[in-house]
Design a protein around this ligand. Sequence first.
Ligand SMILES: [Zn+2]
Length: 133
Amino acid sequence: MERVTIQEASHRLNVSRKTIRECIRDGELKAFREPGPRGDQWVVELPEDGWQDRHKKAYTDLAQNLPKWWWANESSKGHVHYIAELGIEEIHALYLCGFHSENIWSSTGHSEADRCPKCLEIATSQGLPIDAA
Ligand SMILES: [Zn+2]
């Protein structure tokens, strides 16, 4: 079994470092302390392929169930944008129009006029669900 750092495991398994740590705590992943270049470090035993699929599915499900439109600022100014990608490691939202923000704010109660015209155009042309919750 290959042993890698938590960061490498996060990268290889395509889940956040937080998920890796939680899995270690739950005993779902095996972790060991090994001497590294800068002193002892935690290494994780890479699990079998099935593990990855299960957690990736959980993430995909989560992403699919998210609302599509978000405010890109706290004061709800400008337009609500259509989320294209949510960072895995931490929130770093990328919207369809290419705009991105460091955080997302709920757009509950926004009106159709609030929607970014460019996001709307792209979502429509790609046949994405516009009014999905
Ligand atoms: Zn937009």
